[in-house]
Design a protein around this ligand. Structure first.
Ligand code: IVH
Length: 668
């Protein structure tokens, strides 16, 4: 009975997934979908005997893929396409195809060229068995677990007529909306931004944690079916058939017969593509008939029956109003071109970074110049040149400032550095405000409500002049800020309170020690153990820490030598901020777990996975990625995957909760 219900729920959920993610036409509400999913999850937990690795519940992504990706050889090599930026070349291609197939009807299929990362999926008996990245064209990474998290990819096919065994190729894409959302999030966390959705998609596909992949919102469009038993003798019908099996195929698919039709198709899509939800970088033209494709054959690198036309990077010419010089948290002064607003790739561009003095000089920018702005594959507009013909002789070269435009201090440039810096760390407003914002950001102290704007207000009103002042803020003070009401004030104060239990390594990151980012602050915090030890370390002692070089060591010692920093740290300590690593992590080593092989699975609240791994090793145990007969225990967090649960149960391996595990160590 239960099995029937499980099967029915899986069938229903697959269908609603398809309606929602492929057809864009849901029939039920999100809440109804979630309720069905929860019911299935409960049933699967209670009945591990009916496990199915392709169950829709697995879409959320299970565990970390320990040890990277396996590699697999492609059944058929993944070639690239010959490409051109010229319509004339496309016309030549059409002519040459006609010439090579004299007196035959030739249909050419025009479709979008999606700008993501290519993928090859293998289906057998209607089930997804493997997903492999392009790699070097011959072998790629097996990324099946990550691909399964993409809701628009069918795990089991629907309809009928699919070959028993086939390959389908397509493009993994991060839709613009998701791309913008992720970059906004990364900006708030001071993580490097993705330059374009293509980098974001390929980066995401290579993440070792499928549940992280699942949160990123990838999509996939398919454009090529390969098999010895294809249902039709032409590309168009095979692709449409794939659509009926549940794949999202390119919605832009047109049979074209003449050069005029091909040219019209190009002109139309060059602008119409801007309305599409995903990034495209061109069009692809393919000979439709598979027999004709076979006759035309391949060169060593690409098929003779297809060509890619690439859209030119979009470029606009606009007038420079002025160059502003902006000071960031670390004091670096960035020149920014402020432009007459101009429309480029669907957005109005008013500003573009000129990065540093060398770039301003290389471009040879003069006041009032007409500048070329481009947005190629990159999302950030770039100044690529000057229309010197439009320059009037009286316009002078743009000079880089010699003094900080905010506080007036003379700028300095260290040897080998491209950028000029304002050295007035403690008296220059944007640097102080930047540090307040950095301190409160999510990856640091995670105090919700202190973003750029609030940090500026807190500083301007004299409420916060250094980060420790955040801990003296009162509700009444917050209520005087623009945009603050009782609820937002309380939420901010709750965030301040909660930040007192943020682990020491993040506190080190939050302090804005020069050049010490997320990874290095972890290493340094672990090596030092507490703030007093860290503050007392010499350059030599710091250099002994993995990856710390002389420049970073000097930055750290100078930071702690400064009275203002030491005072601020004392105030943070007095406020209750963590100034040492938790005892249970720095504790002495033991052999308590000698002979034990422990698998860590699920998500945890008291410590991170890495910390648990370190603890297991510190106490003589071994951490392993997958459950086997050798496993002696599973450290089981929340949401442990059903297949792991089942495997542990089948082998009689005990599950330890976080609390069990910590108690075990404490009792030792
Ligand atoms: S067909 C043998 N069609 O462009 C022909 N490719 O340089 C196989 N791409 O690696 C490719 N959209 O990642 C084809 N509609 C489309 C495409 C497409 C994007 C990518 C694909 C391939 C590259 C070709």
């Amino acid at each position: 009975m239960k099995q029937q219900e499980i099967d029915e729920l899986r069938r229903q959920l697959n269908r609603h997934n398809y309606l929602y993610y492929v057809m864009n036409a849901p029939e039920i509400t999100d809440a109804e979908f979630d309720a069905m999913m929860h019911r299935l999850e409960d049933l699967e937990k209670a009945h591990p005997e009916y496990d199915d690795p392709l169950s829709p519940t697995r879409r959320v992504g299970s565990d970390l893929l320990s040890g990277g990706f396996e590699q697999a050889e492609h059944v058929r090599p993944m070639l690239s396409l010959g490409n051109t930026y010229s319509i004339g070349e496309v016309d030549k291609f059409v002519t040459s195809v006609h010439n090579a197939l004299p007196s035959e009807d030739v249909a050419i299929v025009g479709e979008m060229k999606y700008d993501g990362t290519s993928i090859s999926l293998i289906y057998e008996d209607g089930r997804l068995v493997r997903a492999v990245t392009r790699g070097d064209g011959t072998r790629g990474d097996v990324v099946t677990a990550n691909i399964m998290t993409i809701r628009s990819i069918p795990l089991r096919l629907q309809g009928s007529g699919w070959p028993r065994s086939f390959e389908i190729r397509g493009e993994i894409l991060l839709p613009w909306a998701e791309f913008d959302r992720i970059n906004r999030e990364r900006e708030a966390n001071e993580e490097p931004l993705f330059a374009n959705p293509r980098n974001a998609a390929s980066g995401t596909l290579k993440l070792l944690n499928p549940s992280e992949v699942s949160r990123r919102g990838l999509d996939a469009y398919f454009y090529y079916v390969l098999s010895n038993e294809l249902p039709f003798d032409n590309h168009y019908d095979n692709l449409m058939a794939a659509g009926s099996w549940g794949f999202k195929i390119t919605p832009v698919l047109r049979k074209l017969h003449t050069i005029e039709e091909v040219d019209e198709f190009i002109t139309h899509w060059d602008s119409a593509r801007k309305e599409l939800p995903v990034a495209t970088d061109g069009l692809v033209f393919k000979v439709n008939s598979l027999r004709q494709q076979l006759n035309l054959g391949f060169t060593a690198k690409s098929p003779r029956w297809a060509i890619a036309y690439k859209f030119p990077a979009e470029r606009a010419l606009t007038r420079l109003r002025f160059v502003s010089f902006e000071v960031g948290r670390t004091g670096i002064v960035t020149p920014v071109a402020n432009l007459e607003p101009v429309l480029l790739s669907g957005t109005v561009v008013k500003r573009a970074s000129l990065h540093n003095a060398d770039i301003v000089r290389t471009l040879d920018i003069h006041e009032n110049d007409m500048l070329y702005v481009e947005k190629g594959g990159e999302i950030i507009p770039k100044i690529t040149g000057v229309d010197t013909g439009a320059r009037s002789p009286e316009c002078k070269e743009v000079q880089f400032v010699t003094h900080c435009p905010v506080c007036g201090t003379a700028l300095i440039r260290e040897e080998g550095d491209a950028s000029w810096k304002c050295p007035n760390q403690y008296g220059c407003a944007p640097q102080i405000i930047g540090r307040i914002e950095h301190f409160a950001a999510r990856k640091m102290m995670d105090i919700e409500g202190i973003g750029a704007e609030t940090a500026r207000q807190l500083y301007d009103r004299g409420l916060v002049t250094d980060t420790a002042d955040i801990y003296t803020l009162t509700r009444d003070q917050l209520l005087t800020l623009d945009g603050f009401g009782p609820r937002s004030a309380d939420r901010l104060l709750e965030g301040v309170e909660a930040s007192k239990s943020v682990p020491f390594d993040r506190v080190v990151y939050a302090l804005s020690i020069p050049n010490v980012g997320a990874t290095m602050s972890k290493k340094i915090a672990k090596a030092a153990g507490d703030i007093d030890t860290l503050a007392a370390m010499t350059d030599e002692q710091l250099i002994a820490i993995d990856d710390v070089g002389p420049a970073m060591a000097q930055g750290i010692t100078e930071y702690f030598a400064d009275e203002r920093n030491r005072r601020n740290i004392e105030c943070l300590r007095a406020a209750g901020v963590q100034m040492h690593m938790p005892d249970d992590i720095t504790d002495e080593r033991s052999d308590l777990l000698a002979g034990q092989t422990i698998v860590i699975s699920g998500t945890f609240s008291r410590h991170s996975r890495d910390e648990y791994k370190a603890m297991i090793e510190m106490h003589g145990g071994k951490n392993s990625g997958s459950i086997s007969k050798k496993t002696t225990a599973v450290l089981a967090g929340e949401n442990m995957g059903p297949s792991k649960l089942e495997k542990a149960a089948a082998l009689g391996i005990p599950l330890l909760s976080e609390d069990d595990f910590m108690q075990l160590l404490e009792n030792s």
